[in-house]
Structure formats: structure tokens, C-alpha cells
Design a protein around this ligand. Structure first.
Ligand SMILES: [Zn+2]
Length: 399
């Protein structure tokens, strides 16, 4: 039996599994086939919840004496979009000019393929690990993320699993491999403001109360002043108004109701609770302003509805873990990566409740696009970085 030491071979096998969320597509079976000969025990729990599709997940562990390193990722992929626009079919893993094409090539079957190759090479070169390695792989990262990483972590922890550190293999590099390690993420929160007015004739505004005027005042208060100017580790907190809805087809009618929806990405100046309180406070103050509502005696009549669960901000402070990873990047490609907290949320936000977590994978440029692809040279380089990281992290032992 050939061991999975070749990341391109591993990735081709994974790309050929059409695992568009929520379908397993053979991807987890393929992983199982790679991991068992390396001495991993493999479990594939299925999680369900009303109103969401059942999801199959995978947890594999190779036990040894020493600390426990967890690699986390997902085998599900986003839909291919217009298949006819692809230069090479999205599930064929065809190679052209040194690049492998396929959905999931960088997000993130490629990261998994490289990590498995790194483990296989490490076992071959050292004859054994100085501890335990596990892979926590979900099939529900690109979907609702309900039956995925959160439940898999709870399930494993309930069986007594404990981890000393985790690396997530999402594509963290904006342009070239080695650009960027993620050591934290901003928090995210969304809400809607609904302003109730009084409907009426546009020619008789004194008889009506235009909710658009009130909504403008409230939205203005969310956008100015800025929430903060950033911290040592984070960009400034930013709020985007993502939608303003009135749904009024008539030009001569003042509507009865207007709604705005916003999303805020906040740094470690705030918690989800304090940023919510700040927003309530700004809206309450603004509701009293007369800027657009001269002559009205009432406050802006509004409700604020928070949407979904907030994502909490986090910053990993495990220097040993961060140095092992950034040192491995430097050793392989000759330059130090930026330590960043930019971008959207990831499953690291769930893992951080169990152990310190960092993120490093391929170059993200083509993720979710038509012609998603990865340079074969990058697969080899990432495998070398992961292998070096595994060696170095176990070498450092538990502090
Ligand atoms: Zn991803």
C-alpha cells in the first residue's frame, strides 16, 4: 500500500468527490482510506437537527505519549456555479500549467491533503510521533454550520478528548503562500432596525410621520462617530449597513414602516455585549434628534432586533504555538508571515473555547470562484511547512 505522502495525489482523490454541502460525496471515505494505514482510528459521527440536513463528520486520532495537536477543516465545498464557465471540469482534478483545477482545491481540500501528506512523511522520517495528532473534519462549514464543528467538538470533548493546540487549514494567504497566519478573528454581529411611522399623503406630511426620516437619523448615529481606531492586534471596528427596505411602490404615499439591516465586525475593544449596549445607546440618543423630523414632538419609534448568534472576538496568545508555525513558514520559504486577525469568521471561533488555535493554509485568491485552482508547487511547500510545524511543535513539548 502506498502511503499518502503526495499532497497532489491526496488532493486529486478529494476533488473527485463531489461533496457540495451537505453531501458527503465520498470525501470522508477517501480520508478514512488515507488515514487508517497511518495508524489513525477513524470515527464518522452524523449530527442532525430539525430544519437542517443531517451531516456526516469525521474525527481521526493517532495516539501517542505527549501533547495533542488537532488539525481542523472541512471537506464540504460550495456549489460550482456555472459549470460551463469552468476551463476544466470542477470535480476532475485536471492539471494544466502546473495548477490543479477543482472545487475545493484551496478551500479547503488542499489544506487537508497537505496536512495528511505532512503527517505521513513525518511518520516515515521519525518512525513515530511524540504525542497525539487528530483531524477534526466537518462536512458543514460552507452550509448552516449547525451540524458541524460545534457539535463535533462537543461530541469529542464528551468522550474525554482534550487538545493542547489546533491548526485550521483554511486558505489564509491573500496573494502568495506564506503571506499570513491568522491568530484571531474579529467578532461579528447583525441586527435590524425597524422604524414605525404613520402612513399618509406625501403632500400632507404634517398628518403623517415618515419613518424614512427617523431611520436616516438612526442609521446616521450608527455610522458616526467611528467605534474605535483599532488595537495593536486588530483593525478598527466597522459597521456596514447592508440593506435599507421600505417596499413602497407609490411616489405620493409616505410609508408606514422602514427597516435597515447592519453587520458589525468588532475588535477586542469590545465584547458582543458591550458593542450591543453601545448600539442601543446610540439609537436611543438619536431617536430624540430633530435633524430630519423638525416639527415632530414624538421620538423616533423603533425596535432593534438582533439576528442570529453573535460571533465572539478572540485572539490567540499561545506564543509557543504561533512561533512554531511562523518559524516553520520562515524556515521553508525564507520570510516571516504577517500575524493577522483580518477577514471573516471561521470555525476557529468554536475551537478557541477548547484550546489555542491558529490558522494557516493555501492562497485564497480563487476560493468560491469558477476555476478554483492551486499551484502544485504550493501544495508541496505547504506540506513542507506543515511537516516542519508538526516536528517543531512536538519538539517544544508542553510548556
Ligand atoms: Zn473553507
Amino acid at each position: 500500500m502506498t502511503l499518502p505522502t503526495d499532497p497532489a495525489g491526496n488532493l486529486a482523490a478529494l476533488i473527485r468527490c463531489p461533496s457540495v454541502t451537505p453531501i458527503e460525496g465520498g470525501a470522508l471515505s477517501t480520508l478514512e482510506t488515507m488515514l487508517k494505514p497511518l495508524g489513525f482510528s477513524v470515527e464518522r459521527p452524523v449530527f442532525s437537527e430539525d430544519g437542517t440536513p443531517d451531516i456526516e463528520n469525521l474525527y481521526a486520532r493517532r495516539s501517542g505519549n505527549g501533547p495533542h495537536l488537532m488539525f481542523a477543516g472541512h471537506t464540504d465545498v460550495v456549489p460550482v456555479g456555472d459549470e460551463a464557465s469552468w476551463t476544466h471540469p470542477p470535480f476532475a482534478a485536471e492539471i494544466a500549467k502546473g495548477e490543479m483545477f477543482g472545487r475545493g482545491a484551496v478551500d479547503m481540500k488542499g489544506g487537508i491533503a497537505c496536512f495528511i501528506a505532512a503527517v505521513a512523511r513525518h511518520l516515515g522520517s521519525k518512525g513515530g510521533l511524540k504525542g497525539s495528532v487528530s483531524l477534526l473534519i466537518t462536512g458543514d462549514e460552507e452550509g448552516p454550520a449547525i451540524n458541524g464543528t460545534t457539535k463535533l467538538l462537543e461530541w469529542a470533548a464528551a468522550k474525554g478528548e482534550k487538545w493542547d493546540a489546533s491548526i485550521v487549514g483554511e486558505p489564509t494567504n491573500p496573494d502568495t503562500l506564506g503571506d499570513m497566519i491568522k491568530i484571531g478573528r474579529r467578532g461579528s454581529l447583525s441586527g435590524s432596525i425597524i422604524v414605525n411611522g404613520r402612513q399618509g399623503h406625501a403632500a400632507y406630511p404634517q398628518l403623517a410621520d415618515n419613518p424614512v426620516r427617523g431611520l436616516m437619523t438612526l442609521v446616521d448615529a450608527l455610522l458616526h462617530p467611528v467605534f474605535d481606531s483599532g488595537t495593536k492586534d486588530f483593525q478598527p471596528t466597522n459597521l456596514e449597513v447592508t440593506s435599507i427596505d421600505v417596499g413602497n411602490p407609490a411616489t405620493n404615499v409616505i410609508p408606514a414602516k422602514a427597516t435597515a439591516t447592519f453587520n458589525i465586525r468588532f475588535n477586542d475593544t469590545w465584547t458582543a455585549e458591550t458593542i450591543q449596549a453601545e448600539i442601543h445607546n446610540r439609537l436611543d440618543k438619536a431617536a430624540k434628534r430633530k435633524k430630519y423630523r423638525a416639527g415632530k414632538t414624538t421620538l423616533v419609534d423603533y425596535e432593534l432586533v438582533w439576528r442570529d448568534r453573535p460571533s465572539h472576538v478572540f485572539l490567540t496568545r499561545d506564543d509557543r504555538l504561533i512561533e512554531a508555525l511562523s518559524g516553520s513558514v520562515k524556515a521553508v520559504i525564507g520570510r516571516k508571515p504577517a500575524l493577522s486577525t483580518s477577514g471573516g469568521t471561521s470555525d476557529a471561533r468554536f475551537i478557541k473555547d477548547y484550546c489555542p488555535v491558529v490558522e494557516f493554509g493555501l492562497v485564497g485568491k480563487t476560493m468560491h470562484m469558477v476555476d478554483e485552482r492551486v499551484a502544485l508547487a504550493d501544495l508541496e511547500t505547504l506540506t513542507q511547512i506543515y511537516q516542519r510545524f508538526i516536528e517543531d511543535w512536538f519538539e517544544r513539548g508542553i510548556p
